[in-house]
Design a protein around this ligand. Structure first.
Ligand SMILES: Cc1cc2nc3c(=O)[nH]c(=O)nc-3n(C[C@H](O)[C@H](O)[C@H](O)COP(=O)(O)OP(=O)(O)OC[C@H]3O[C@@H](n4cnc5c(N)ncnc54)[C@H](O)[C@@H]3O)c2cc1C
Length: 371
């Protein structure tokens, strides 16, 4: 089996299917370094069962992730609404150190016997003679010239996140559900900042999120539309912080901004066309964000990465046992997940009536962005 992408979804799947299958994980050079600016930190308690099934739970607990504390939101008014995750029957969940989390899953996949190639580029995917072929240009060591090698497998999985590189190669387009962008910065924490709560707040042209993460920093994130004229201005950390502090919920957040960088990340919901995927030759799957990427307000992406890895592991086992409908069943599960997610997302955005006349909220509630 070949898995393109050794993020949480790809590593979890590799871990789950070894030692029964030979697994080759392909990733990009320097993916680990890129992880330093990763966002996507909260993991619900329901993920515990999935981590246990992968055999990584004890190691995960030893990685120093923080237990998720209470969250407070100013959503439809400035009256705070508190939620304490200890009320979650699955447990409170965690604020992750994303770098350690991703690295831990990848190490577990390698320890289970998966092979990793992360010095390749210009990947080409095709299907020939009933097998999937991946042509990969390897970077030569030192002055050596790059060389091409072809890998073959009966199962090919796209786990390359939002870039969905293998699916794109097969002519599949990403179905964008909206144009949300996340601007975020990891801010140093002021000595007086003892706050542990997750803070969420609606604004006229988007919504805010802030929490302290195990690295000791505070993440401050603002989600707005890609065509918003303020996007460029808010790339300046001082402006981003100043805008956040107009809200009482963030007024007491007092980090420094010197030397801080504001990153931008596409954050809108997106996914593959499941009917088009079903029409591809058998043995092709997609998991994690490559399959279905969620709006961050759902805080569901990492759980989905682990759950889809489990779903595809099950499908691959059924497929190997001769069940030809294994992929169709997996895709049916994905249709159900997508429908539930869209319904909850619609309800979440519709709950903000105070800015209902503003473009950001109008777009999400007019039905134009809903199926
Ligand atoms: C602003 C924002 C906030 C978020 N907050 C949360 C949150 O609080 N909680 C939560 O659960 N989720 C959150 N998420 C979502 C979460 O980060 C993703 O769902 C998760 O990273 C998906 O994991 P993945 O393995 O599918 O993809 P990724 O983590 O994107 O991993 C993909 C892997 O594929 C590799 N790759 C990419 N292109 C290629 C290529 N051409 N060749 C080879 N390899 C390639 C990459 O290097 C990477 O290793 C958030 C997302 C955003 C944008």
């Amino acid at each position: 089996m070949i898995i393109v992408g050794a993020g949480p979804a790809g590593s979890a799947l590799a871990c789950r299917l070894r030692p029964r299958y030979r697994v080759l994980l392909l990733d990009r050079p320097l993916a680990g370094a890129g992880a330093a600016s990763r966002i996507g930190e909260s993991l619900p308690g329901a993920a515990r069962v999935l981590l246990q099934r992968l055999g990584v739970y004890d190691h995960f607990l030893a990685q120093g992730h923080a237990e998720r504390g209470a969250s407070v939101s100013h959503w439809d008014s400035d009256t705070p609404t508190w939620f304490d995750p200890v009320r979650d029957p699955h447990g409170a969940g965690w604020h992750l150190d994303r770098v350690r989390f991703d690295a831990g899953l990848r190490e577990a996949a390698l320890a289970a016997g998966a092979a990793l190639v992360d010095n390749g580029r210009h990947l080409r995917v095709s299907h020939y003679g009933g097998r999937w072929c991946v042509d990969l240009e390897y970077l030569g060591q030192g002055c050596a010239a790059p060389f091409l090698r072809t890998h073959h497998a009966t199962v090919l999985v796209d786990a390359s996140g939002r870039s969905m590189v293998a699916a794109k190669q097969l002519g599949m387009a990403r179905r964008m559900e909206d144009n949300l962008i996340c601007l975020y910065a990891h801010l140093p924490v002021d000595a007086r900042d003892e706050d542990q709560a997750t803070r969420i707040c609606a604004d006229t042209n988007g919504w805010w999120y802030s929490v302290r993460v195990p690295s000791g920093q505070r993440v401050l994130a603002f989600h707005l539309d890609r065509d918003d004229l303020e996007l460029k201005v808010l790339r300046d950390p001082a402006r981003l912080l100043a805008k956040s502090r107009r809200h009482t919920l963030f007024a007491e957040v007092k980090p420094a901004t010197v030397g801080v960088q504001v990153h931008a990340r596409p954050a809108g919901g997106a996914g593959l066309d499941l009917d088009a995927l079903a029409a591809l030759p058998e043995g092709f799957f997609a998991i994690g964000d490559a399959m279905l990427a969620f709006d961050p307000i759902a805080s569901q992406g990492l759980f989905n990465a682990l759950a889809t890895a489990e779903g595809v592991a099950h499908a691959v086992e059924r497929y190997a046992d001769g069940f030809k409908d294994a992929r169709d069943r997996y895709l049916d599960e994905m249709r159900t997940v997508h429908t539930r997610y869209r319904q909850r997302l619609g309800e979440t955005y519709a709950a903000v009536t105070r800015y209902a006349h503003e473009q950001f909220w109008l777009r999400r509630n007019s039905g134009a962005l809903r199926e």
